[in-house]
Design a protein around this ligand. Structure first.
Ligand SMILES: Cc1cc2nc3c(=O)[nH]c(=O)nc-3n(C[C@H](O)[C@H](O)[C@H](O)COP(=O)(O)OP(=O)(O)OC[C@H]3O[C@@H](n4cnc5c(N)ncnc54)[C@H](O)[C@@H]3O)c2cc1C
Length: 432
């Protein structure tokens, strides 16, 4: 039997260290430092660099990568256990060198980049010296890449990019952007789009607005609405093959989605812990909230949803390690993607509610969690699209029935069974 739900003692020791380190050293930074992607914030860097050094010394830096890229090669299952802890803090992924969207960008640079591209863009990214952005979604049709209009055309030795992109996270802090553009209108979008590495200071990369989430003040958000106006990049800034953008995007988004799932387990756990603490602490005339059966039901529902989701994430991580091929685990990754916003939203909403007015106030993190859950339902594609993927993949394992009646139709099955055992049944009847 190969099923095993235990963590190796040596890795558990590392996880125990991470748990304490995140709680004591990193979580306080969430309360006083600005945006983790802003590499011009030297004060933040002075505090964070020594912490990153400790992570390296513990052999936990960039744990999402293989050893050939300076990572640990732990695989996705161990990464899931680690990310569950890191997901509880805003700064923790950056301190551990595994923050999205840089992780996904690093992954495609590692897979598809040339030696020169890796030296110029991947290495400083892996060393945490720079930030990056991924610029795919367009304002008029985000969830459907076949509607994209941004074009790249060859002019002499350069690609010239024109178009608009929407919600490119961290664009304002990025040193380079990975941009998806149409390079051939004659073929389907699946063969006609290419990826480009665009240094952020290239003339024509114009951020129209830095869009914020929820109640962030206008203009102070970090999701770039970008207009690319005659942006010229050298020919060698094509990433991968011309026309290869779709395949590249799948590599990137497959990893990115499961990593979000792992961190979301951490977010759910955080909300759940707060809910339980509140239930035991807040008194009513009949005793603590925890003594009310209606509250117990909320706690039980939350625990069950969290455990189900966590097991789905861990099993999917295990499958990725096993097959080493995101395409073979598409259904499972899509299921994680479709499940995570609902579970986080359910648990955070119940936790918020049990905290009363304090829960809805800006003195607790629940409203941010609810908006985070809604963001998870959109970033990397809306839930509906992922449910369609799950259903399509599942249906491949089935075939239609021949004839009028379902294969489980009882009269038909009974007749077949009677026919099969007719001789025996007649014999039994004759003997009785
Ligand atoms: C926090 C956050 C960060 C993001 N970061 C990035 C980033 O770094 N880079 C980037 O390129 N993009 C990024 N995005 C954009 C994200 O990929 C898009 O929001 C997503 O693909 C949906 O596109 P849209 O917002 O244009 O919604 P639309 O395409 O307008 O869809 C709106 C709604 O319509 C419905 N819908 C649409 N299509 C279908 C369908 N086929 N089947 C059923 N229902 C459908 C769904 O309910 C969907 O929620 C980010 C988004 C968020 C929220």
């Amino acid at each position: 039997m190969a099923w095993d739900f235990e963590t190796e003692p040596e890795f558990q020791e590392k996880l125990d260290w991470v748990e304490t380190f995140v709680r004591e050293e990193i979580e306080p930074l969430d309360l006083v430092l600005g945006n983790p992607y802003d590499k011009s914030d030297t004060k933040a860097l002075d505090i964070v660099r020594p912490l990153q050094q400790q992570v390296r010394e513990r052999g936990l830096w960039a744990a999402h990568l293989g050893p050939e890229l300076g990572g640990q090669g732990y695989g996705q299952l161990k990464l899931a256990l680690l990310n569950e802890i890191l997901g509880q803090s805003r700064w923790a992924p950056t301190v551990f060198g595994c923050q999205a969207p840089d992780t996904g960008n690093a992954e495609i640079l590692a897979h598809f980049g040339t030696v020169e591209q890796k030296a110029r863009y991947l290495e400083p990214l892996l060393n945490g010296e720079i930030s990056s952005a991924y610029s795919m979604t367009e304002p008029h049709g985000g969830a459907d890449p076949t509607l994209f209009k941004t074009r790249a055309e060859l002019d002499g030795g350069e690609w010239v990019i024109n178009g608009e992109k929407w919600f490119s996270s961290n664009a304002r802090y990025a040193s380079f952007l990975i941009v998806m553009a149409v390079t051939n209108n004659e073929v389907s979008a699946y063969q006609g789009m290419s990826m480009f590495i665009v240094p952020a200071d290239t003339p024509g990369v114009n951020i129209v607005r830095n869009v914020g989430i929820g109640t962030e003040p206008e203009g102070e958000g970090s999701h770039g609405y970008i207009r690319y106006e005659n942006v010229r990049v050298p020919r060698d800034h094509l990433l991968g093959e011309e026309g290869g953008a779709f395949a590249i995007a799948q590599t990137r988004l497959g990893g990115g989605r499961i990593h979000h799932g792992m961190r979301t387990v951490g977010q759910c756990r955080r909300a759940f812990d707060m809910m339980c603490e509140r239930a035991l602490s807040r008194q009513t005339r009949d005793g603590p909230l925890a003594s009310l059966e209606i509250v117990q039901e909320q706690i039980a529902d939350s625990w069950i949803e969290l455990e189900q989701f966590r097991l789905l994430v861990l099993r999917t991580a295990w499958l990725i390690d096993r097959y080493q091929d995101y395409r073979r685990v598409r259904k499972d990754i899509a299921a994680v993607k479709a499940t995570m916003p609902r579970v986080l939203s359910n648990i955070a909403q119940r936790a918020l509610h049990l905290h009363g007015a304090l829960g809805v106030s800006n003195e607790m993190p629940f409203v941010g969690m609810l908006i985070g859950a809604e963001s998870l339902a959109l970033a990397d594609g809306p839930t509906e699209v992922h449910k369609v993927t799950v259903a399509r993949q599942v249906l491949r394992e089935y075939k239609p029935v021949d004839g009028l009646w379902p294969s489980a139709h009882l009269p038909t099955r009974r007749a077949e069974a009677r026919a099969r055992f007719a001789e025996l049944l007649e014999h039994e009847v004759a003997n009785s």
